[in-house]
Design a protein around this ligand. Structure first.
Ligand code: PMP
Length: 461
């Protein structure tokens, strides 16, 4: 068999990919027929594909490459760690320096008394940990009947049985027997799509109070926790109205429900603070982390746990963990990533430079005839595509048709922008410069113009 390297022609790589590689969240046969785009290298905020195109990555991979691609320091840390301690586990009363150092650093960065870390390898795994941890917490407190977790429709918490069940993604629930028992969903704070004639503030309260109603319906003595993303990411970068999180906080406090903030996307600088909970004034008991923790250089995730929950969980053996919980290579890379974020003041860069620069230009996109609203918090943004912005109207075509057309024009113009239904979303690396933001916006305008022309030509508008 020939060596498979970057030097093979694109068509050959695509044929091998189609023959042997099953892609996540993909209709495999259709992709196989078309051929996947082959990414061969990446530096800073730019990807290079097998045809030599330079693509600006408006999504930081999957919302994770916060420090940008290809950092030399990360390569050096990886080499050093593999030589020193390539693997050891943290089961059976052992530990190692990368796991210790990273947990201490995360505790230093996290707000309040979130001082303890349980490691996983991904956001999904961390949320599976959370399901078991909150139930075990209440069991140890003598309330095993407090076992139900409440989450939101169109929330995203991962793809495992637990994570996919916590998530409120209908197409996921339709496959493979989700959700698992003991997980209940309420409405999302998506004012643009569902708020009708209400003010965003009233709608935010309405949706938050669905939590209160659900707790009363189930009985507070049966509810263990509420979980939510400070800003829904995969659901379309849905920024909740300002009234939403304070009301959720009040309800969790009042009914004695644990609050889990899933910060897999919003953690580590994305919203202009270290954590999205700080941006929205949320005081969670547990925070889910992954992605930006290592900027995607190695798989790692975890749960940051407050003093009280950690103390209770520690009273007995917690029969849970992963072979790679706190993997030394991942932990060392995460630690170096946090050093870079801290020493290069990347979170300040988001807040003081990149966000203001992008915000001005992003808001102007709302002037495009096909754009109904443009939202941006930190470096997490979305635009709603609409045939009639005065009514926040949806296209007559099946939802996602126009979004897909727009995404394809972006891709053709060497810009990665993702679509969720008919919303276009971005989350570029946090180190993006003003000049790179200008390029991103330039390509976004061209792509929107081309997409609008195509939508009209196809009679969809
Ligand atoms: N939670 C949130 C909020 C996410 O955005 C994601 C991934 N997009 C996950 C959990 C799952 O993380 P992973 O893909 O690492 O399992």
């Amino acid at each position: 068999m020939t060596m498979i390297t970057n030097h093979l022609p694109t068509a050959e790589l695509q044929a091998l990919d189609a023959a042997h590689h099953m892609h996540p969240f993909t209709a495999g046969n259709a992709l196989g027929a078309k051929g996947a785009r082959v990414i061969t290298r990446a530096q800073g905020v730019f990807l290079t594909d097998s045809e030599g195109n330079e693509i600006i990555d408006g999504m930081a991979g999957l919302w994770c490459v916060n420090i940008g691609y290809g950092r030399q320091e990360m390569a050096e840390v990886a080499a050093r760690q593999v030589k020193e301690l390539s693997y050891y586990n943290t089961f059976f009363q052992t530990t190692h320096v990368p796991a210790i150092a990273l947990a201490a650093k995360i505790a230093e960065l996290a707000p309040g008394d979130l001082n303890h870390v349980f490691y996983a390898c991904s956001g999904s795994e961390a949320n599976d940990t959370n399901i078991r941890m909150v139930r075990q917490y209440w069991a140890l407190k003598g309330k095993p009947e407090k076992h139900i977790l409440i989450s939101r429709r169109n929330g995203y918490h991962g793809s495992t049985m637990g994570g996919g069940s916590l998530g409120g993604m209908k197409p996921m629930h339709e496959q493979g027997g989700l959700p698992i028992p003991g997980i209940v969903h309420i409405g999302q704070p998506h004012w643009y799509a569902e708020g009708g004639d209400m003010t965003p503030e009233d709608f935010g309260l309405l949706r938050a109070r669905e939590l209160e109603a659900k707790i009363k319906e189930l009985g507070p003595e049966t509810v263990a926790a509420f979980i939510g993303e400070p800003i829904q990411g995969a659901g379309g970068v849905i920024v909740p109205p300002s009234t939403y999180w304070p009301e959720i906080q009040r309800i969790c406090d009042e009914y004695g429900i644990l609050l889990i903030a899933d910060e897999v996307i919003t953690g580590f600088g994305r919203t202009g603070n270290w954590f999205g909970s700080q941006t929205f004034g949320i005081r969670p008991h547990i925070v889910t982390i992954a992605k930006g923790l290592s900027s995607g250089y190695a798989p790692i995730g975890g749960s940051i746990v407050c003093d009280e929950v950690a103390e209770v969980i520690g009273r007995d053996e917690f029969n849970h963990g992963y072979t790679y919980s706190g993997h030394p290579l991942s932990a060392a890379l995460a630690l170096e990533n946090l050093r870079i974020l801290s020493e290069e003041k990347v979170v300040d860069h988001v807040r003081d430079v990149a966000h203001p620069h992008l915000a001005a230009k992003w808001a102007q996109l709302a002037d495009h005839p096909m754009v109904g609203e443009a939202r941006l918090v930190g470096l997490m943004g979305s635009i709603a595509l609409s045939p009639d912005k005065t009514r926040r109207a949806a296209f007559a075509a099946e939802e996602g048709t126009v979004g897909l057309i727009t995404r394809e024009r972006c891709f053709a113009n060497n810009l990665v922008m993702r679509h969720v239904g008919d919303r276009m979303i971005i989350a570029p690396p946090l180190v993006i410069t003003p000049a790179e933001i200008d390029l991103l916006i330039e390509r976004a305008w061209v792509s929107l113009d081309e997409a609008a022309a195509k939508v009209r030509a196809e009679g969809l508008w």
